[in-house]
Ligand binder design. Structure first.
Ligand SMILES: NC(=O)c1ccc[n+]([C@@H]2O[C@H](COP(=O)([O-])OP(=O)(O)OC[C@H]3O[C@@H](n4cnc5c(N)ncnc54)[C@H](OP(=O)(O)O)[C@@H]3O)[C@@H](O)[C@H]2O)c1
Length: 291
């Protein structure tokens, strides 16, 4: 039995789909408010709970051999990115789980002080490595599926909002490839007890994204490019009303003002370990946008 957290998220629902295609038994950890009917139709066991509650995590772990942690935190890094994962790892140890796959983030080890999600995930990585469990830690760069709503907007308007340096590099990964890597991590021997950066096959400049949208929709992009300090202004205003959101914006600012890309040799290594070619951003977008 696989336990998947974040099972209704961009990564998690793809992981559940793949596992069910392979006829694996899956327990999907969802909230009562989550949109989980698709997972139920695919034959996943639905566990309704909240990752803020240690008791729910303990119950969800009963009878599990594999844990795949893909949940996000919506700004609550301490409770969800940190505490919930620590609790999952403790439960995995108590239940002698065979393998724990943790979705971290690229750049987690760079010591960004102002990015609570990065700090939480780095602490979880260390806890998992020291746990004695079999693990695979995956550090993805940006996900291609995040760009689908922006592409739809672009299709209508031709507009693209690019905050910060347009020359910053990233290697956006197909969310379907990431899901496949996650699922295969428990059975590919070379993925065992590894920390792997995960990106797409090309190193893109951020300005390449509207260019690719333009190519797909045959439209000249109109790029609006405010400097990253607009986020600082926003943070100062938000901080007066809601300090937690102000902290969450720190992670967002970190993402906007730094480069997140995998080296060519890291991508080659990934393709070798998992034995399939990674998909380009353009191919991913064309598949989903049916163009
Ligand atoms: N998006 C990226 O570009 C990116 C890049 C690198 C790494 N990552 C990491 O990848 C992971 C997944 O990202 P994603 O984009 O797939 O996330 P996502 O689409 O935002 O989904 C987040 C998931 O977490 C669940 N969740 C949130 N709070 C919960 C709670 N209290 N109890 C139970 N479930 C809860 C959500 O459930 P609901 O459906 O109920 O909201 C949802 O299923 C995250 O850890 C993220 O940090 C993401």
């Amino acid at each position: 039995m696989f336990l998947v957290t974040g099972a209704t998220g961009g990564i998690g629902r793809r992981v559940v789909r793949l596992l069910r295609q392979q006829e694996q038994s899956v327990r999907a950890f969802v909230r009562l408010t989550s949109r989980y009917s698709e997972l139920e139709h695919r034959g996943a066991e639905i566990f309704i709970g909240d990752l803020h509650q240690a008791r729910d995590i303990e119950k969800a772990n009963q009878g599990v051999q594999y844990i795949i942690s893909t949940h996000g935190s919506g700004g609550d890094a301490l409770s969800l990115d940190y505490r919930a994962n620590i609790e999952l790892i403790d439960q995995a140890k108590a239940n002698k789980v065979e393998h724990f796959v943790f979705v971290s983030v690229l750049g987690v080890d760079r010591g960004y002080e102002d990015a609570p999600v990065f700090k939480a995930k780095h602490a979880v990585e260390r806890y998992l490595v020291d746990s004695g469990l079999n693990y695979t830690i995956l550090r993805p760069s940006g996900l291609a599926s995040n760009l689908l709503p922006l592409a739809e907007q672009f299709r209508e308007t031709g507009l693209y909002l690019l905050i910060g340096d347009s020359k910053n590099r990233s290697s956006i990964v197909s969310t379907d490839d990431l899901a496949r890597i996650i699922v295969d991590s428990v059975k590919v021997p070379e993925a065992r007890n590894q920390i792997l950066p995960v990106g797409g096959p090309e190193i893109l400049l951020r300005e390449d994204i509207p260019r690719i949208f333009g190519q797909i929709f045959n439209k000249q992009p109109l790029v609006i490019n405010p400097p990253v300090f607009v986020i600082d202004g926003l943070r100062n205003v938000v901080g007066l009303l809601n300090p937690q959101t102000q902290k969450a914006l720190g992670t967002y600012r970190t993402l906007l003002s730094n480069e997140f890309f995998c080296k060519k040799e890291e991508i080659a290594n990934l393709e070798r370990i998992f034995n399939f070619p990674l998909e380009t951003l353009e191919s991913f977008l064309r598949r989903y946008l049916a163009v």
